[in-house]
Design a protein around this ligand. Structure first.
Ligand code: MLT
Length: 239
């Protein structure tokens, strides 16, 4: 756990320099440890930057304030999305990283969507698991060619179908290459999310990796195949 760079985070350098880094953003009540197994399973050997949200809701970390379930404090969304974007810029320089692909779940997917809308240059793309529209009034960013996967659940009690469809349309209209499959699941993550996201990442051949030249990436000695990945630990109890 590292507390510098303004957000508590964990950085796993991985051992595949050519792989786009993943920015891992947990759901409500999670932390920076939650999505590491999922990130490793989806993109073995890729650098992983995993961040803890700075808002506490009854002691549970989140990435922005909400007024009720699905009702967001949009001023706070804007402020926190910009703070997270600034952190990513600083972390890229510290760790010598290319622009990351966000991998967010629930509240983490919503802040990733807000960063796409408000600071489009910060992310190379995004995997948004159970995401909804984070801002009713948002600028139309230039997301030309950025790949975005939105995975919704067809029995998700938290996110209405038309809401995630609206998010897909917003991002598409900004130029992103959006895929928006609906899985036969609820709000919780499932094996189907892992399989879907892994296949999507493997298809990202066209993403060009431009590292921050300031620092080389440290390479860990692990072979990806040797890593112990526990899929059932993937923050399944968090929203
Ligand atoms: C949110 O607050 O971002 C969404 O309602 C998802 C959640 O965290 O429950």
């Amino acid at each position: 756990m590292s507390k510098d760079l303004s957000f508590i985070h964990r950085f796993e350098p991985g051992n595949r320099l050519e792989a786009p880094p993943l920015l891992l953003l947990h759901g409500t009540g999670g932390d920076e440890n939650d999505l590491l197994p999922l990130g490793e399973a989806i993109a073995p050997g890729a650098p992983l930057l995993s961040v803890r949200g700075q808002v506490l809701e009854h002691g549970m970390p989140r990435f922005f304030r909400r007024l009720a379930e699905g009702v967001f404090d949009e001023d706070d969304v804007r402020r926190r999305a910009n703070e997270l974007a600034d952190f990513v810029v600083a972390a890229r320089s510290r760790y010598g990283l290319a622009a990351p692909i966000a991998l967010g779940y629930s509240n983490g997917a919503n802040i990733a969507a807000a960063v796409l809308l408000l600071r489009p240059d910060v992310l190379a793309g995004a995997i948004l698991l159970r995401a909804m529209v984070p801002l009713r009034q948002a600028p139309t960013p230039d997301l030309a060619g950025k790949p975005v996967l939105i995975a919704s659940g067809n029995s998700d009690p938290i996110i209405p179908r038309d809401n995630s469809a609206r998010l897909a349309t917003m991002l598409q209209q900004a130029g992103a290459e959006v895929q928006h499959p609906t899985l036969p699941v609820g709000h919780q993550l499932s094996q189907a999310d892992l399989t879907l996201a892994k296949t999507w990442v493997q298809g990202l051949r066209h993403i060009s990796i431009q590292r921050d030249p300031a620092k080389p990436v440290a390479v860990s000695g692990d072979e990806p195949g040797n890593r112990h990945v526990i899929v059932s630990d993937v923050g399944l109890n968090h929203q």
